[in-house]
Design a protein around this ligand. Sequence first.
Ligand SMILES: C[S@@+](CC[C@H](N)C(=O)[O-])C[C@H]1O[C@@H](n2cnc3c(N)ncnc32)[C@H](O)[C@@H]1O
Length: 290
Amino acid sequence: MHIPVLLQEVIHYLAPQSNENFIDATVGEGGHTKEILQRNGPEGKVLGIEADPELYQQLKKQNLERLILVNDSYVKIEELCQRFHFEKINGVLFDLGLCTWQLEESRRGFSYLKDEPLDMRFNPRSDLTAAEIINFWPREELERIIREYGEERYSKRIVEAILEARRRERIVSTSQLVSILKSVLPANYEHHRLHFAARTFQALRIAVNHELDNLEGGLESGIKVLAPAGRIVVISFHSLEDRIVKNIFKKYQQQQILKILTKKPVVPLAEEIKQNSHAHSAKLRAALKN
Ligand SMILES: C[S@@+](CC[C@H](N)C(=O)[O-])C[C@H]1O[C@@H](n2cnc3c(N)ncnc32)[C@H](O)[C@@H]1O
């Protein structure tokens, strides 16, 4: 089960009231949404968007009342609001990254601790996989994503090793990639604060799912559909995402469209991190529409 991250803080900033409408742009296993639904009855609704068809099916089966569930990308928020006549939106939530189910059970290669196909698609109907990138992308492109999306300082030597390995055989599994990484990264990689494969895996996942472009577009649309006095809350899990959120909030505050509610990002208490290690890098930012 996915434990929703920063749940109390999300509820504090979204502040759901009776009969208000919300969009959960990344509904996942429904943790945050269920909490909102407890508070916005009897008429308030949630439009829950989820890119992953399997997660969508799992939540659909629960038949939650007042939840409009859609299997699509949050980049289409505006179009989806029109399609479902979803109006007077009092809050939008983005909880980025991936769900526990995707990491632990989807068998799509999100985890460097498992031996699985190198896939990493949130939506298995999209065409780009991590294997495609690793086996066929040119050196410069591979190096760029690992450096920029992974913020990995060893991108050059990692790419050298990938190019050499793929000349010999197709790289199709996470364990093949992990052993390539292991062969070229220092034994005391980042003083053991981070698994040596973490940055490369993050880079691939971002590239496969176009995560940063989607985030920019999704946030802009989310802000657009909010009603006056509506709240937007975003939880990010790494600095690239957080920077995008911070800059977009700033831009809209300068245009007097938003008022930022969190001067500094809100982070989980030590207690939450102890119970849910996934929360350790979470940062929440919230803003109010003028
Ligand atoms: C951290 S999980 C959300 C967990 C959820 N808040 C909960 O409490 O169960 C992030 C979810 O966003 C989904 N996702 C990623 N990119 C998306 C996109 N562009 N549109 C819609 N959903 C997306 C992922 O498939 C994943 O299920």
